[in-house]
Ligand binder design. Sequence first.
Ligand SMILES: [Zn+2]
Length: 382
Amino acid sequence: MLAHTNNLGYDPTMHMCNPACKGLHADLQENAIGWIENHDKSHLSIMSTSDGMEYALKDCWIAEDKKNHEVTILKMVEGIPNVVKLVAHWDVLYDGEPDCMYHIRASHGVCTSGFIRRFHWCLLLTPCGEPLVYYSSKLELLRAFHDFVSAHSLMLASHVLHGDLSPNNFIIHDGQGYFIDFDHARIIAEGAVSVPSEGTGTRPYMSICLLREGIAKGATIQHTASDDLESLFFIFVEFVTTFDGPRSFMKDEGRRPLWVDKFETSGADPWLAKQGYVLAPHNDSSLMEKTTSFFTPFSQIIQEWHHLILAAASDLSDPSVGVTHAVLMALLKKWISQLPVDAPTEIMVPMASSSRLGHPPHDDVQSSVGAHHSTCIQQRVS
Ligand SMILES: [Zn+2]
């Protein structure tokens, strides 16, 4: 294609180098493959290997009425460890105006009523990590889960309920786990402990209660911190029953992630399969027995976590409280201190790039974000 990319409707604030321009930019940083124009017209290098901080750019289209939501939430949780930090945010400009789907449609003469105006918006975040499935050891993964519970608790104290815990919403950077995505986070009113939910979330990891009452019955129910911690349990169980080594290595390529599998095969009642495991009697060991050989030392953690959920669900004085952050953190901390170090042979297991866990997307019916992607970029040091 010989046309200028602007004429094709491409983002004019992003330049990806091609063979024709290679070597022509005197100011391109080492090994950079292009740049993004920042809100102040400075350039952010893409994939540069020069010294400096690494950032992730979240490039998204957001409905007009939700435009500031994630920025507001990120500011509310700023400073909490294990949460990505918002560095900058800006409207992508097109012909000097904020880029909006309305312009694209108007240029084609399509202006229907009821159309949602989505704005092209950039969020610059740090650190830039890898998906959580790239954990390097059992201990690193366990520490990440402990830190997620701690961060979740601190967010609550700042009146933020994350509301959509799934493997896609965590990264690992420099051995530490981080929450990265707050599109669906909610602000909790002063004095309240929950937010009304119409049953949105990433379904394989949603709590039994949200699936049973919210989705199955189509009712508006209260989403609590306990629903989020239950999602964390489902993510934990899925990792240790699916992966056979560090960096999501799988010995058995045909192995299906547990909840994704149950979700896809259970038809209208995806909560039933979960309930069978999670609310199983105290001495039931069916989940423990599902760990892979690599994660055998985690089978007892699964059982003790299962017992916490069971005890909380059986507490008739207030079953909505669920497992508390403090109790769960104590359990994970105990196991962090007594976990044997991975054998070198386990650490040397090669990465199987074809065996990524196929995570379904968030159930995006009411999403504020149409499509987004992140790009690893580096701030220009000048
Ligand atoms: Zn170029």
